[in-house]
Design a protein around this ligand. Structure first.
Ligand SMILES: *[C@@H]1O[C@H](CO)[C@@H](O)[C@H](O)[C@H]1NC(C)=O
Ligand SMILES: *[C@@H]1O[C@H](CO)[C@@H](O)[C@H](O)[C@H]1NC(C)=O
Ligand SMILES: *[C@@H]1O[C@H](CO)[C@@H](O)[C@H](O)[C@H]1NC(C)=O
Ligand SMILES: *[C@@H]1O[C@H](CO)[C@@H](O)[C@H](O)[C@H]1NC(C)=O
Ligand SMILES: *[C@@H]1O[C@H](CO)[C@@H](O)[C@H](O)[C@H]1NC(C)=O
Length: 399
């Protein structure tokens, strides 16, 4: 083949791929954007006008930009979803916290920046509530044809009360009591005992010097969460918090936020989510569902569990606004799943990228627990549980 022909051939291949390979369904799950620290600390120099644990304006911006990229990929480029909000195409679910609901809203605003118009002048005038609104006509005139100011598009965000949310916070002991036993078992392990012993001989003293608080191994990682919020928002850290100390505390958090994800723990926390991914993709393939975009707003601990379920976690606590995305590709009738995490390709052990759909589905189904409620019951016949408090399993301290 001449060089010229080869180039034409390559171009043809590229075009052929572009035309026949289509993204037909997407599931995105993400951590909320930047937020205030989870709770007050005497040493915290940050200013948090909305209070603790709330999404900050910077966090909103992160999610909005995530949404802009989603719109570029899945509206402009792949045309997987329609350019305007279409109720039948998208399902949005969030955990029941202010910051995750607001994160979903912010990201959706990036995807659908403009909402609907009211078609007729009669309806523009007639769409009023049963009582008289003060200065009603001014508001109506200002709206023009827009249903809402600035063409805002409201989008439903579904929420399940945290006690029952085994899909997105299935690692909490409130949603899944069995985690208390898993935690205890892990804390009794040699690895854990070794880490605590190293901590008490080193980091614990450093933390005490700087913060004037004696904190347990479990809480040292959690304290780092406040430092991370301060750093992100440009607030000064307490005197004596060196980069080294910060990263040591962060490394601690990597562990305390994840060690309860034994293979069983990852299955308990991930089964309902991965079942939802399979259901959505099955529904797209067999034509029984019109949902093409599944959207799940959650926490760092949620993403860690899903990544461990997939067998691909790199050990780093997910940063604000991290996204784990599953794309279902249809290449001339062959379906395959492409997975990415913060833009990096995720390669499943034993599969290719993209992973043929049937292989992906079998791999997921091998790990999915059919009845999570049942599997989450305590197994220890009322035996007294003794474990060190871990904030990540506590429904009141979802991160
Ligand atoms: C939402 O924010 C308010 C005000 O900070 C707080 O009282 C409330 O507990 C939050 N709700 C949830 C579910 O996080
Ligand atoms: C900190 O707590 C540990 C264990 O609870 C204890 O052994 C140690 O003496 C305490 N250190 C200080 C400085 O209070
Ligand atoms: C966890 O945190 C540290 C920050 O100190 C990071 O550099 C490290 O690579 C992370 N991952 C692991 C597996 O420790
Ligand atoms: C299509 O997929 C859905 C979701 O998995 C499943 O419930 C349904 O039985 C399938 N229908 C057909 C006709 O295969
Ligand atoms: C799952 O298990 C629970 C507890 O044993 C039971 O009440 C429920 O009916 C089961 N659900 C299904 C769908 O089998």
């Amino acid at each position: 083949m001449s060089k010229h022909n080869f180039m034409l051939f390559t171009l043809f291949l590229l075009l052929g791929t572009a035309i026949s390979d289509q993204i037909v369904s997407v599931v995105s799950t993400f951590r909320h954007g930047a937020r205030a620290p989870m709770s007050q600390s005497s040493w915290d120099k940050g200013i948090w006008p909305q209070g603790y644990a709330e999404l900050t304006p910077a966090g909103m911006r992160q999610q909005y930009l995530n949404g802009v990229e989603m719109a570029y990929r899945y509206i402009s480029q792949s045309q997987t979803i329609s350019p305007t909000y279409t109720a039948a195409e998208i399902y949005v679910r969030s955990t029941d916290t202010n910051r995750t609901i607001m994160s979903a809203q912010s990201q959706l605003f990036g995807i659908y920046p403009t909402g609907p118009q009211i078609a007729t002048q009669a309806l523009q005038q007639g769409a009023v509530p049963p009582f008289k609104v003060k200065n009603q006509q001014q508001y109506i005139s200002a709206l023009g044809t827009n249903a809402l100011p600035n063409g805002f598009q409201p989008i439903p965000i579904h929420v399940v009360s945290a006690n029952y949310d085994n899909m997105l916070v299935g690692y909490t002991t409130a949603a899944c009591p069995r985690f208390a036993e898993i935690l205890q078992q892990q804390q009794e392990s040699e690895e854990y005992q070794r880490k605590v012993s190293i901590y008490s001989r080193g980091l614990q003293n450093q933390v005490y010097q700087v913060f004037k608080e004696n904190v347990t191994y479990e809480m040292a990682g959690y304290m780092c969460d406040t430092l991370t919020a301060d750093k992100f928002h440009g607030f000064p850290l307490p005197d004596g918090v060196t980069d080294d100390l910060y990263y040591e505390m962060y490394a601690n958090q990597n562990y305390t936020n994840s060690y309860f994800y034994t293979p069983e723990g990852a299955r308990l926390a991930g089964s309902q989510f991965f079942q939802a991914v399979i259901n959505q993709f099955d529904g797209t393939i067999n034509g029984t569902s019109s949902i093409k975009f599944g959207f799940y707003s959650a926490h760092d601990t949620t993403l860690i569990g899903f990544l461990i379920f997939l067998g691909v976690w790199d050990g780093n606590n997910p940063i604000y606004a991290s996204s784990l995305i599953f794309e279902l590709h249809n290449n001339a009738g062959n379906y395959a799943v492409h997975i990415s995490y913060n833009g990096d390709i995720i390669l499943l052990d034993g599969c290719t990228d993209p992973c043929p759909y049937e292989t992906f589905k079998t791999m997921m189904e091998d790990k999915i627990v059919p009845n999570v409620t049942e599997a989450c019951q305590l197994q220890g016949n009322g035996r007294m549980l003794r474990y060190n408090y871990n904030p990540y399993l506590d429904i009141d301290t979802l991160t």
